[in-house]
Design a protein around this ligand. Structure first.
Ligand code: API
Length: 292
């Protein structure tokens, strides 16, 4: 009988987007929304934007599987910044120049271009209305006018992209001129997004540089959002606002994006950090297979 045991974790971050990373490869854990919220709570738990579980590979073509939860307890399929963190863990462990991380959004090939850096192939972005997904057919997802109430300022048409998760991007002249914390949740829960959406304000400084502020689905304002940086890079290129290689500046720092011509994959490069290690009391996360 598996006795409930304390669970070790690593606290990590990518440009200040922070994670509790549980390694469940030796001992499986059973998480539910309540347990995730408890761990992620910055007052009474460890505190994080997302909770990440590194699990054994589910097929022979990956080094590990990565599960992702937002701090509201919702499980999601993609997290760019956390993928860089897990990639570095696996590259250090295996000594391999490239590792493959399995996620519910697909296989992600990761390399280490330098100490403290990771490059992730985030795959191909999707643009069809039913791939975002949207609640109704929309012909052109490059410029969609959302009907919003008075609590949302005039932001113009949005560009919609899925990079393993749904993103809604507004193009503005100055991201600091808007109180995204106030109207972000309204847009996150807009009825056109049946699975909610991550909301970005993007300023295209020049054809190689975009400034970005993000209200994350299920986590709120974060210091960085890797998938939003991927989404805004491809949306800007698709709308003719920037080139296919851009630097994206988030509150926590810069990411480099390359929407590769040869295969349409989006490559994201940026830093990752190890903050500290800790142990969660056994009661927090009931390991799978423990008798009641
Ligand atoms: N809030 C996102 C998941 C985390 C994404 C973000 N932390 C990143 O680095 O991509 C969602 O619900 O789709």
């Amino acid at each position: 009988m598996n006795k409930a045991r304390p669970i070790p974790f690593r606290k990590m971050n990518g440009l200040g987007n922070d994670f509790v990373v549980l390694d469940a490869r030796a001992h499986p854990v059973a998480l539910d929304s309540a347990a995730v919220r408890a761990i992620a709570d910055r007052e009474t738990g460890v505190g994080c934007d997302q909770l990440i579980v590194v699990a054994p590979p589910t097929s022979g073509d990956m080094d590990a599987f990565m599960a992702i939860w937002n701090n509201d307890g919702s499980e999601v399929d993609a997290c760019g910044n956390a993928t860089r963190c897990v990639a570095d863990l696996l590259i250090s462990e295996t000594g391999k120049p490239e590792v493959v991380i399995g996620t519910n959004a697909g296989l992600l090939r990761c390399t280490r271009p330098g100490e403290g850096l990771a490059t992730v192939d985030m795959g191909t972005p999707r643009f069809r209305w039913d791939e975002i997904p949207l609640a109704r057919p929309v012909e052109d997802t490059r410029a969609v006018v959302l009907d919003t109430g008075p609590e949302v300022p005039e932001l113009g048409p949005a560009s919609l992209v899925n990079v393993g998760n749904p993103h809604c991007i507004f193009w503005v002249g100055d991201v600091a001129a808007y109180d995204l914390a106030r109207f972000g949740p309204v847009l996150e829960h807009h009825p056109i997004f049946p699975e909610r959406a991550n909301i970005s304000l993007a300023h295209v400084a020049d054809e190689g540089h975009i400034v970005l502020s993000v209200w994350e689905r299920g986590a709120g304002l974060t210091r960085a959002c890797g998938t939003a940086a991927c989404a805004v890079a491809v949306a800007a290129a698709r709308n003719g606002l920037a080139g296919r290689k851009v630097r994206v500046t988030l509150p926590g720092g810069d990411l480099s994006l390359d929407w590769r011509e040869s295969d349409g994959h989006i490559l994201m490069t940026g830093p990752l950090s190890y903050d500290y290690e800790g142990t969660l009391p056994a009661s927090t996360v009931e390991p799978a297979g423990t008798d009641a």
